[in-house]
Every structure is written in structure tokens, then in C-alpha cells.
Design a protein around this ligand. Structure first.
Ligand code: CAO
Length: 415
């Protein structure tokens, strides 16, 4: 069966996390992704957070599946020539170097257009034009500068970053969508274009509901569904909301049986308005169904913390899975706090290919997250990440280089 992006060739000039997540997605959809790395060292993540000496780290392998790797020194004249050939041959160049690095290498947007007017040039940078446009940026900087840290955590504590890599993987996702959109437009225009994603913008996009709340706060001075409503005060900016829901249905994380010893024995509980009578019956508080102090969502707003404390008395008598089973019978929205260990072992995630076991010639089998986007006509088969320069000869031969030329490039340490 053919793949959705079969025939699309990607010159993958990405490193670390943001860019590689984008090109990995494109590779999963069937694009031929050629990762260009510096000889000898390669992507810095190959050597970062290693769990086995001298073997590509899980950090690298889990971000670079289904790609080919070539080594190339693109700062030397012979390396630049190879890069020019690649630019002529590929459909998309993806990069996430520090601002200006591609220009300094001699490959400005104008130069790339001269070489291949159909080429799409896609970049991740930390910031868009503005005061920080020249800054280097890593994940947590983007989370802090994009509004996530200021709105995450509890009111009485410092800003908190989230474990979800919304700056890096979030930007990679945004960039991938921009690339396939530009590829689609090219089918009509015949031209390439630039696709740019700033990590700050991607994080802010994912924090859209908090900008919504900022404007509600500016207008009314309070946010009624926030825990501060009945239990504290509001300042000028959206406060950290603890575990309150980002939407219109109040929610909180509640302890379950075993919470004293198991840091993940918790459940997320949503007091959806439609489910209120069922919630009252399940927790043995039938009187709340008609009591005017509890009967309507508005009446409940100032009492949410008290209500969740009462519900918690019930959830503490059950494991998170027992509570899930009971609540789901009554259509009460809830979710267990699942640890990474539980997720890794979850059979249904293995069955759907969301968690995949991959074999690697140097490290042996390991687990990774497969493609979370499922296409019925273009299923993803996850294959291992390439060793550094594993495909250099193969790719150069495809580009028309003779064995002799390849040997010379190797002798001159260009590849
Ligand atoms: N051959 C020759 N030189 C190469 C090369 C190759 N194959 N590949 C890269 N280089 C060079 C670059 O041209 C650059 O050289 P100059 O600084 O002389 O122009 C140099 O390697 C280093 O590139 P860099 O500045 O991008 O790398 P860094 O490790 O110093 O910074 C990072 C890393 C991520 C902070 C920076 O790339 C960045 O801000 N990127 C944009 C934002 C981003 O994607 N961040 C997410 C990172 S994941 O948390």
C-alpha cells in the first residue's frame, strides 16, 4: 500500500527535538527524509542522556525513526556543492538552527530559491520578529515565554513547566502542518514558500484558553471557575489554576485508595452539569440534587473546593480504576492519572501502535511512541533511527555521485 507522502523528499537539517519531531512525522507519512549531520558528532542528542555507553541515546532514537542519515560538512566548499545538489533534488528543507545559521552557511532563502524555486523551506526558531528574535531557545524557555509556565502550577507556588514538550514537539507539529499545507499549495502555484514556526507562538497557541481568561478577567475582575474565586483574590493577570479545568466544566484531581504510597493513585474528576444528579447519587449525597445551594452550576461555583473534598471522601475508598469503572457506568467524565510505567505496559496502546517496540542493532529492543495520527490508507510502520552516516554512500549514489567521487569526499573529510 502506498503512503500519503510517498515521493516527497525532505532535506532534514534539523537537530535536538523541535525539528526532528516534525520530520519524523513526515517520515511516518511516507516521505523520504534525509537527515544531514556533521561527520564525527552528528545531532547532539545522539550523545545526550545516554543509558548505554557509546550507543545512540533514546533521546535521539525516539525522535528520528524512519529517516536516512548522511554526514556532510556543509561549511566546506565541496560539502556546499553536495548540499546544493540535495536542495535541487528535494521538495522541502527543514531546519531549526539558531537564527541566522543557514544564512551564514551561504544558504539564504533567496539562494535556495535560485537553486530550486519549488523548494519549501521550513524553520523553527525560538521567537518570531521582535526583541528576542536572535535568541537561542530550548523547550522550557518557550514554555516560559509562551504563557504556559505563568499559568501552570498552584497559586501559592512558583511558575511550573509541564512535562509535555509543548515548545519542541508542539512546534514540530505546527511546522509539519505548515509543510503539508505548503506542499498542497505548490500543486496549484508550482512554487515553494517559507514556512516558519516560532516556539513562543506555538506555545501561546496551545495556551489560547488562557488568553481567553485574561480578557474575561480584565472585564469582570474574577474568574468564577478558578479556585481563587471563593478562596482567594485575583490580581491583574490570569493566575495559576492548579488542577482546575481549562473549559466550562469544573474539574479537579482527587485522591484514590493507596494515595499515601502511590504518587499516581489519583483520578481527574469532572462535575459536568449534565451528570450532576448521577454524581450526587454515586457519592451518596442525593440531597444535593435539589438543594438550591448545590443544584445549579452557578450555585456550585463558590463551593467547588468543598464539593471536590466531599467527592474525594468517596474516591479515597476506591482505586482509580474501580472509580473509573463506576463513574463511566453513569457517564460521569473522569480519567485515571496514569504513570509512564502504566502507559508503557498498556496493551491497548500496543495494539493501536501508539506504543511500539523497535529493534536497534546496537541497543536492542526499546519502546517508543508511534504515530499518534492514524491514516486509514497510510498506516505507519515505525522503523529504527539511522546510525550516523549510515546512508551517506546510498544517498550520494542516488544523487549521481560515482564511487570515486564519494571516496574523495570521504578522504577530504567532507562526509
Ligand atoms: N556542517 C557544518 N556546520 C554545521 C552543520 C553541518 N552539517 N550542521 C550545523 N552546523 C553549524 C551551523 O551552521 C552553526 O554554525 P554557526 O554558528 O557558525 O553559524 C553551528 O553548527 C551550530 O548551530 P546552532 O547554533 O543551531 O547549534 P547550537 O547547539 O549552538 O544551538 C539551539 C542549539 C537548539 C539552541 C539552536 O539551534 C536554536 O535556538 N534553534 C532554534 C530553536 C529550536 O529549535 N530550539 C529547540 C531545540 S530542542 O529543545
Amino acid at each position: 500500500m502506498s503512503k500519503a507522502l510517498e515521493g516527497v523528499r525532505i532535506l532534514d537539517f534539523t537537530h535536538v527535538q523541535s525539528g526532528p519531531t516534525c520530520t519524523q512525522l513526515l517520515a511516518w507519512f511516507g516521505a523520504d527524509v534525509i537527515k544531514v549531520e556533521r561527520a564525527g558528532e552528528g545531532d547532539a542528542t545522539r550523545a545526550q542522556l545516554r543509558d548505554i555507553p557509546d550507543v545512540d541515546s533514546l533521546y535521539f532514537t525516539m525522535l528520528n525513526h524512519n529517516k536516512r542519515s548522511i554526514t556532510l560538512d556543509t561549511k566546506r566548499p565541496a560539502g556546499k556543492e553536495v548540499l546544493e545538489t540535495l536542495i535541487r533534488d528535494c521538495d522541502v528543507l527543514v531546519e531549526n538552527f539558531a537564527p541566522g545559521a543557514l544564512d551564514r552557511m551561504g544558504f539564504s532563502w533567496e539562494r535556495i530559491q535560485e537553486l530550486n524555486p519549488r523548494m519549501i523551506v521550513a524553520s523553527v526558531k525560538g521567537f518570531g520578529p521582535g526583541p528576542y528574535e536572535h535568541c537561542k531557545v530550548y523547550e522550557n524557555v518557550a514554555q516560559c515565554a509562551g504563557g504556559a509556565a505563568a499559568t501552570t502550577g498552584f497559586d501559592d507556588g512558583p511558575p511550573v513547566v509541564t512535562g509535555a514538550q509543548i515548545g519542541d514537539s508542539g512546534s514540530g507539529l505546527h511546522l509539519a502542518l505548515g509543510i503539508v499545507t505548503a506542499l498542497y499549495q505548490r500543486t496549484v502555484s508550482g512554487r515553494g514558500q517559507r514556512v516558519q514556526t516560532a516556539m513562543q507562538d506555538a506555545v501561546l497557541n496551545l495556551c489560547r484558553v488562557k488568553l481567553r481568561d485574561q480578557q474575561r478577567l480584565d472585564r469582570n475582575g474574577v474568574l468564577e471557575e478558578y479556585p481563587q474565586y471563593a478562596n482567594g483574590t485575583f490580581g491583574e493577570s490570569v493566575p495559576r489554576a492548579g488542577n482546575a479545568s481549562g473549559g466550562g466544566q469544573p474539574g479537579w484531581i482527587l485522591k484514590c485508595k493507596g494515595w499515601e504510597d502511590d504518587s499516581n493513585a489519583y483520578i481527574y474528576f469532572i462535575t459536568q452539569a449534565a451528570a450532576w444528579p448521577a454524581i450526587c447519587r454515586v457519592i451518596g449525597r442525593e440531597a444535593w440534587i435539589d438543594d438550591p445551594a448545590y443544584a445549579t452550576p452557578r450555585a456550585r461555583l463558590p463551593r467547588l473546593m468543598e464539593i471536590f473534598a466531599t467527592i474525594q471522601e468517596w474516591t479515597k475508598t476506591l482505586t482509580k480504576f474501580e472509580a473509573m469503572d463506576i463513574l463511566n457506568k453513569y457517564d460521569i467524565p473522569c480519567g485515571p492519572i496514569l504513570s509512564m510505567k502504566e502507559l508503557a505496559e498498556e496493551p491497548s496502546l500496543r495494539a493501536t501502535g501508539t506504543i511500539v517496540e523497535v529493534d536497534h542493532p546496537e541497543r536492542g529492543p526499546y519502546l517508543t511512541v508511534g504515530n499518534p495520527i492514524k491514516l486509514s490508507d497510510s498506516p505507519t510502520i515505525v522503523t529504527r533511527s539511522p546510525l550516523l552516516g549510515e546512508h551517506t554512500d546510498e544517498v550520494l549514489a542516488q544523487l549521481g555521485y560515482s564511487g570515486e567521487q564519494i571516496a574523495r569526499l570521504r578522504e577530504e573529510r567532507v562526509i
